[in-house]
Design a protein around this ligand. Structure first.
Ligand code: AMP
Length: 328
């Protein structure tokens, strides 16, 4: 059976971008593949979080994974820092990763611009740690959003390089996985770009009804269509993308027609969108609150996940050590 792996950094709550870009696939794939879903707490160290936040955030994501419907009986859910073997593979991959190629990664260049006072080596080697996360379980498929494409390219490159270097066919080349034909990009409702924590435009699964309504009603719009069937501006196209993601086809078609015959009232569209986002988020939010209160359950899930992930990772490390020339 093929293996699927993916992770999310615990730097806050899960938002609709995380859900529709990644978690939705996790829920479906857990029934069909050998799945590993992890909480990428080592990755989050690049921004120097405080110890109390690290502990709290990992628990938050774990509760949210479970509330969304990831089933610990089906998939292995674990915290990255519980599986030390990943660090050993990270070291091996770093020995064969070159400064030039790491410096050319777009997300690294973005970070250099965003945080010029904190361009640490962890940021530079983010792609090798991500590759180690993936190939330590010999994953074949990695459900990720469109923004991770280049890091996935790097993971494939490092897997191939290891195989070539040692003349083995050991690591499979991991492929990005998207539920639909094209990768989902959940837009922000602030006029442009994607929804994200660092973009400050996220709608979180745990947001209450009033907060969601407020965020949606604040969405950027334009002066409205003046000619039938005109092209939508970016903020309006983004609202329609959100409708496409969370509302029924009838609702989408209804507002699309209204847009095309210039009778649309953006206020009505936003009200409907807020209602549909709430209908989606409310049961998840209630479940998150329930699970977050059950420390014993979460600890048990994390402990069992750590054991299963460690078993898989240590098998790989034993074999890799032997391939490299160390004692297994
Ligand atoms: P991050 O929150 O950046 O750690 O991302 C975790 C996962 O969510 C990755 O697989 C991303 O590709 C996905 N993701 C984050 N934001 C979006 C978005 N706006 N649209 C689609 N996928 C997203």
């Amino acid at each position: 059976m093929e293996t699927v792996l993916s992770g999310i950094r615990p730097t806050g709550n899960l938002h609709l971008g995380n859900y529709f870009g990644a978690v939705q696939s996790f829920i479906k794939l857990q029934h069909e593949y050998n799945c590993f879903f992890f909480i990428a707490d080592w990755h989050s160290l690049t921004t120097h979080p405080k110890p109390e936040n690290i502990r709290k955030s990992a628990k938050t994501i774990l509760a949210e994974y479970l509330a969304c419907g990831i089933d610990p009986e089906k998939a292995t859910i674990y915290v990255q820092s519980d599986v030390h073997e990943v660090l050993e593979l990270y070291l091996y991959l770093n020995m064969n990763a070159y400064l030039g190629e790491l410096e050319r990664v777009t997300s690294f260049k973005e970070k250099v611009r965003q945080q010029p006072d904190n361009i640490n080596a962890g940021l530079l080697t983010y792609p090798t740690l991500m590759a180690a996360d993936i190939i330590i379980h010999k994953a074949n498929k990695v459900p990720v959003g469109k923004d991770q494409e280049q890091n996935m390219e790097m993971a494939r490159k490092f897997a191939r390089r290891f195989n070539t270097m040692y003349g083995v066919e050991y690591f499979p080349e991991p492929a990005s996985f998207h539920l639909s034909e094209k990768a989902v990009k959940v837009p922000g409702l602030d006029g442009s770009g994607k929804m994200g924590k660092s973009e400050g435009n996220a709608i979180y699964l745990v947001d209450d009804e009033k907060t969601i309504k407020k965020k949606v009603m604040k969405a950027v719009t334009d002066a409205g269509p003046t000619e039938p069937n005109s092209e939508k501006s970016e903020p309006i196209a983004n609202l329609f993308t959100m409708l496409e993601i969370v509302s029924s086809k009838e609702t989408y078609d209804y507002f699309n027609e209204k847009y095309n015959d210039c009778s649309i009232r953006y206020g009505d569209l936003k009200k409907q969108l807020a209602e549909d986002i709430n209908a989606f988020c409310t049961p998840i939010r209630e479940h998150i609150l329930e699970i977050s209160a059950d420390d014993a359950y979460m600890n048990k899930v994390a402990r069992i996940g750590a054991e299963k992930a460690t078993e898989s990772a240590s098998k790989t490390i034993r074999e890799v050590r032997e391939i490299i020339g160390f004692r297994p």
